[in-house]
Design a protein around this ligand. Structure first.
Ligand code: CA
Length: 274
């Protein structure tokens, strides 16, 4: 098997990569045990590991082992901390571990574009699509569904690294100053002290109730999706925590005693303030 043939994933045999000269994009000769990959399904501890400063943790969502292992090797050599994921569902479960995502579109559990759309309901993590599909419609759909960049396989590796650096740099510069207090009418949310005052009186909120308030007041007057709230407060938008969200919102409304402060957006989520 020649090198270029190994770069094309089996789900896209029609792709023509003539004219490109990828740099050292061959699968590792090391045994699989030598390749740094993580299988979160085997992990008993569901907490993401502590993240070190100034390192970029990358999810490499790629079901093809040869392509995936080669990517992990090259990205490690370039100072990234890549982890293989082979299914879209695993990315949706583990996305909070990562600073950026490389996303294949032909995945065993569905279309990467659908995965991207679901991811965008809960996360702004930079996503670079890496796929053999190079038709304009797919590129446009990818970018409109929230991809930060789109690269056609086989990637030119210096370019891939440069593009990853660019999207992660943009993500960092987009983080604006952090608000410390949000005042809506006579309701004051102190984000540092984690306190809420209504009409000058402190209201006792549980941890989860305060988290819901904190997320809602990040964008006062804007609708926040149920998925985003569930993902950030319960850590999973795609399991059965929907009922818990309803219960917590209901309790929160009673405690705050300000009808209309948390508005229900039917079929979508909630909004803080008018
Ligand atoms: Ca694939």
């Amino acid at each position: 098997m020649d090198r270029d043939a190994r770069l094309d994933p089996p789900d896209a045999p029609e792709h023509d990569d003539a004219g490109t000269e990828p740099r050292e994009f061959t699968a590792s000769a090391d045994p699989p045990s030598a390749v740094e990959t993580t299988d979160p399904t085997n992990t008993s501890d569901n907490d993401p590991p502590m993240r070190e400063d100034r390192t970029v943790r990358l999810a490499v969502v790629e079901d093809d082992d040869e392509v995936g292992d080669a990517l992990v090797e090259v990205l490690t050599d370039n100072g990234f901390i890549p982890e293989r994921q082979t299914r879209g569902a695993d990315l949706l479960l583990w996305h909070r571990r990562y600073d950026a995502v490389i996303l294949d579109l032909g995945l065993p559990d569905g279309d990467g574009l659908d995965v991207l759309r679901q991811l965008r309901e809960v996360s702004k993590v930079p996503v670079v699509i890496l796929t053999a599909r190079d038709d304009e419609r797919t590129v446009v759909r990818g970018l409109r569904n929230g991809a930060d960049d789109f690269i056609v396989k086989p990637p030119r590796l210096d370019e891939l690294v440069a593009r990853l650096e660019a999207v992660t740099r943009r993500a960092v510069t987009q983080l604006g100053p952090v608000a410390t207090e949000v005042v809506t009418g006579d309701v004051r949310v102190d984000l540092i002290a984690r306190e809420v005052e209504v009409g000058g009186e402190l209201v006792f909120l549980t941890q989860k109730e305060f988290e819901l308030v904190r997320i809602l007041v990040e964008r006062p007057g804007s609708a926040v999706s149920r998925e985003l709230l569930m993902d950030r407060v319960w850590g999973d938008a795609f399991l059965a925590v929907s009922r818990s969200l309803d219960v917590h919102i209901s309790t929160l409304r009673q405690k705050l005693g300000r009808p209309g402060l948390i508005a229900t957006i039917r079929g979508y989520g909630y909004r803080w303030g008018k």
